[in-house]
Design a protein around this ligand. Sequence first.
Ligand SMILES: CC(C)(COP(=O)(O)OP(=O)(O)OC[C@H]1O[C@@H](n2cnc3c(N)ncnc32)[C@H](O)[C@@H]1OP(=O)(O)O)[C@@H](O)C(=O)NCCC(=O)NCCS
Length: 199
Amino acid sequence: MTVNGLAQVIADEVDTSTPETVSIIFPDPTTADDESLVSRLTSIVNAVFSDAEKGIFLPEYQRTTDQEIKAFIQSRKLAVAYLCPSNEPIGCVFIKKLTPERGEFGMLALDPAHHGSGFGRLLVSFAEEYCRSEGCTVMQVELLVPTHCTNAFKERMQAWYKRLGYEIVKLGDFSQDYPALAPLLAGPAEYRVFDKPLA
Ligand SMILES: CC(C)(COP(=O)(O)OP(=O)(O)OC[C@H]1O[C@@H](n2cnc3c(N)ncnc32)[C@H](O)[C@@H]1OP(=O)(O)O)[C@@H](O)C(=O)NCCC(=O)NCCS
């Protein structure tokens, strides 16, 4: 073993750092006036989606805007993950009741610096728990997957949703559900709808 290798082993053994945790909440609607919070969330969402959806949408497409994030906070539809103890916002998930029985989550996004931390799973659990507490028995999530090229990230997301208990229940009609976005698609894509029983 090299001297450097030995130093590395010792450093690992004495590492006393506390693992990072997050607090996930619906911020108070008045925080919609906090421009730095809104712009931070907008840039996290747009950065991770432009990466994840490369090749799916035309380059000019942006997943969200400050105005949309602000409106979602005001209507208590956006749960935010804050890093503890710094209180730095690092991710979010949009949560909506489609019907009294059916909840939906979307716009799931986490600062890339925290990917692989398990916080993505916590955001999904938060959305499910919230909808369950509101009386929902089914949770829905949608995934747009290009059919003209492979997108490894989308395939990983699909495998993850399946591990979390979601199953494809139908192929949606993207142009019917999102007529304003359909012209911004860069090519053909399959719009998969997943369900998970919440009971
Ligand atoms: C979706 C997102 C929030 C998940 O965040 P995350 O940090 O990866 O969340 P997690 O750490 O909980 O990991 C999610 C799963 O991916 C797995 N994973 C993480 N990194 C991986 C990698 N490089 N390769 C394969 N699997 C990986 C994890 O093991 C985990 O699976 P598990 O819960 O069964 O262990 C994040 O990837 C993101 O912001 N993506 C861009 C936006 C997006 O595509 N949102 C969803 C649109 S439908």
